[in-house]
Design a protein around this ligand. Structure first.
Ligand code: ADP
Length: 360
């Protein structure tokens, strides 16, 4: 690797980062430490402030308040082209009149890297995205997935200390997305750069990221590993955004008792968020078990409303005693014999019923 190129990944710090468009707050007071070399994903619904945050990191958008720190240094006064970040967008933004090789080599040419070295680095980057031998092709001859690989190669060719990716797979069909997800993960491992990735697709976020920041209304609702967020969400919003669940509404009298009162029942729960008062216990579908009526380990009587067979799981829609709907998923080998119309008892391990603050 040439001396002119940076290899070390950078940390990115966001401090009180805020952006208002007139009266509209797009990003509100975001604090976040992205560690050097980590794969951080901003996940949230459309309009929640993810892209605006990314654009402030890149320098495309000026913050109203707060700061962006790269390796601990403020970059407020540093223009985009001097921040040295790689970027990949949903549109491929390739130069149609340049060959694939010249597209990928473009950032190197701009940095004054000599032709021979450039050719070697371009070949390496094309190899990383599995497009060996494509250097002389024209971008127009390539499929959407291949074009996105070229833009990935162009972004990693100079080993930027930070790579920003704004929904790069958003325009591709499901099969291609899955294939490229695998590759993006492999590329992250291989180049070791800090990745900051924006998506609204929870499966994509779960499968790619070291950590995820969940956005809601311009702020970060929770930051954690995929497992933290899925198994131990801090709010109902995060629980719902990360996947399906069954929700039991009630009251927690003291956070240490691990009991949720709902109607006349007392339900065993775990309370990592130390909630008291109005509360909701959340249980993921694969953590629930269905037992025959009369089983002494059953907790709540439910009625099975629907069944969907998905091959790897059987999903059952259920109705709870208070009339709300829930969902159970069963692995084929372990499936119960209940069918729609049956009553059954619902059971779970205490650790899998997570208490969240009740909605206002
Ligand atoms: P996301 O990436 O999560 O979809 P954005 O960061 O694009 O969300 O947008 C956050 C909010 O800021 C939205 O309400 C959006 O309409 C608003 N917004 C974004 N860019 C602009 C702009 N250039 N002018 C005015 N409002 C904007």
């Amino acid at each position: 690797m040439s001396d002119e190129l940076t290899l070390a990944p950078s940390s990115v710090g966001l401090q009180g980062l805020t952006k208002n468009y007139g009266e509209t707050p797009a990003v509100r007071d975001v604090d976040l430490d992205i560690w050097a070399g980590e794969f951080m994903t901003f996940l949230g619904p459309s309009g929640s402030g993810k892209t605006t945050t990314l654009n402030m990191i890149a320098g495309f958008v000026e913050p109203t308040n707060g700061d962006v720190l790269i390796d601990g240094q403020s970059v407020r006064a540093v223009p985009t082209h001097k921040r040295g970040m790689g970027m990949v967008f949903q549109g491929y933004a390739l130069f149609p009149h340049l060959s694939v090789g010249d597209n990928v080599g473009f950032p190197l040419k701009r940095r004054g890297i000599a032709k021979k070295k450039r050719r070697q680095l371009v070949e390496e980057a094309l190899g990383t995205v599995e497009l060996d031998g494509f250097a002389d092709r024209s971008p127009q001859e390539l499929s959407g997935g291949q074009q996105q690989r070229v833009s990935l190669a162009r972004a990693i060719v100079y080993r930027p200390p930070v790579l920003l990716m704004d929904d790069p797979l958003g325009a591709l069909d499901k099969r291609l997305r899955d294939a490229l997800q695998e590759e993006i993960r492999a590329i992250h491992r291989q180049v070791g750069t800090t990745f900051v990735y924006v998506t609204h697709d929870q499966e994509e976020a779960l499968s790619l990221s070291d950590r995820i920041a969940v956005y809601n209304h311009g702020g970060i609702e929770q930051v954690g590993t995929p497992r933290d967020l899925y198994d131990r969400p801090a709010t109902l919003f995060v629980a719902r955004f990360l996947g399906e669940s069954t929700l039991l509404c009630g009251v927690v009298d003291t956070p240490d008792l691990s009991v949720l009162r709902t109607g006349s029942r007392r339900i065993p729960v775990t309370n990592p968020n130390k909630v008291t008062g109005a509360a909701i216990a959340m249980i993921r579908p694969e953590r629930l078990r269905l037992l025959p009526l009369g089983d002494p380990t059953g907790v709540l009587e439910i009625r099975v409303q629907s069944e969907t067979y998905l091959g790897h799981v059987r999903k059952l829609g259920i109705s709870l005693p208070d009339g709300t709907a829930g969902v159970v998923s069963e692995s084929p080998g372990l499936a119960s014999t209940v069918v729609p119309g049956d009553s059954a008892l619902l059971a779970w391990d205490v650790a899998d019923a997570v208490v969240l603050p009740g909605e206002e």
